[in-house]
Ligand binder design. Sequence first.
Ligand SMILES: [Zn+2]
Length: 192
Amino acid sequence: MSAAARLSSAAVRRALQVAAVEYAVHGWPVVPVSFFDGRNYVCVQADCFEQTLHPVWRLWHDRASADPKVVAAWFRMLTVSVGIRTGVVFDVVSLPEVAATRVQGVLEERRTPTPVAVWRERGRRLFWVARDLPWRPALGRLDARVSSRDGWVPAPPTPTRHGPVQWAVEPAQTEWGIVQHADFLAAAASVQ
Ligand SMILES: [Zn+2]
């Protein structure tokens, strides 16, 4: 590996740590996930060769933490990316890119914005929504997937084969506020 590549890898790791600690400070439960090193997804388990993003611990649910000190230590000791446990503080709804940009536009128009991340590797955007979102047919028509209890999602700036997961709407833009069920479902229904 060249010195420049090592440097950029250190910068990426630093950016991941800063982001993870900021999520924890705001009460988001962080879970370390595999790290894309430019060629492969690397896990902390030596016998794991899973070539996707995944939590690096098999029993990770109870280890997800919103303690900034704990999270900072993980990212200092391990080469990992940022996952967020869902269903505890909020759910996360993923929508295919085209539907997602329309829903995002409606939420902004109606002044009920919420954090939105772009997961290019999956061709989807992730919407942070109040937890225990009830299922509605409008969600099915948009091919929505809800990550709730027992789930997790990657958070920016987690690197992937198709570039880093990025914010389309940063949490700071909504003052870390998260959209309520009725507002999200109304936006989803409006773009059918
Ligand atoms: Zn693994």
